[in-house]
Design a protein around this ligand. Sequence first.
Ligand SMILES: C[S@@+](CC[C@H](N)C(=O)[O-])C[C@H]1O[C@@H](n2cnc3c(N)ncnc32)[C@H](O)[C@@H]1O
Length: 297
Amino acid sequence: MVNTTLVSHVRGLADTALDWLDLPFRSRLRHELARPIPPLSIRRRVAPLDEYLATTDEYIAYFKLLGGLHMRSDVLDIGCGHGRFIARMLTKPHYFRGAYEGFDSDPVAIRWAQGNITSELAQVHFRHIDLHNAYYSPTGQVDPSTLRCPYPDDSFDFVLAWSIFTHLRPSVVDRYLQEVARVLRPGKCFIATCFALDGYPNSLRSDLQFSRLLPANPHSHWEHHDTWSTLFPDAPERAIGLQLSYLRAAGAKQGLVLKQFVPGSWNCDDDYLSLQDIMVWQRPPPTGADDSGGPIR
Ligand SMILES: C[S@@+](CC[C@H](N)C(=O)[O-])C[C@H]1O[C@@H](n2cnc3c(N)ncnc32)[C@H](O)[C@@H]1O
């Protein structure tokens, strides 16, 4: 008990010191974006520090090109963290004028987003839900595998879960796919990233690549379960891989059509687009609606 308190105290002090050291970088970014930037202790939970802005822009491009995000979309961001995507989308009026809802289990990140990300152009709301996650929110009281998202049916044109299924077990992924199918409007898309374990010609390479990505990880091999695997048996949600065959079936069960699977570079695939694998699902359009050609809108 004493040790736990001491460790969290030392962590708090280290975070404060790092946040001070980070001030010059923050003020440069703040100047560039004309928006508040979260302190390092919050930023580092979601993106490599040196690539914070570059990866944010990169992923927003995929939302538009693959997922059909457009200027006036109603957007749901599952596991939105401190809201880096919407913060960036609001930096220029021609980027986004729609409505946005984000939820996350991290109270610190959500509090920061609520206090710092606002827009006179768009409806932007952040919500903390006290969800349990063995790695991110071990004291969370709400079981995510029973979550009913607090949004009405058919209310979004675009839903994203970026770097979320990489931290969820299949029982939770099942539930989230069910909820996505409920809140997404017909014909619209859901984009999610994952580590799909059987989507590659040489699955053995994933172990090698991961030991390079996470050098501090003593477990450079997946511990395999039936439809999922983890690199961290002590806190599995820190990095979870899912069988692609499972993901396909889980989406289909909810009536979602898998439009695209784009391999990621994490597994040394030559045709990668991003670091993680990208999956784009569509809720089928109403019968008779034209679904041929052109960007998905
Ligand atoms: C790697 S971060 C990604 C954050 C954000 N999507 C981004 O890319 O900036 C993973 C996020 O998932 C959140 N999280 C963990 N369990 C969750 C759950 N069951 N539902 C929603 N979010 C969750 C964590 O708090 C954390 O903010």
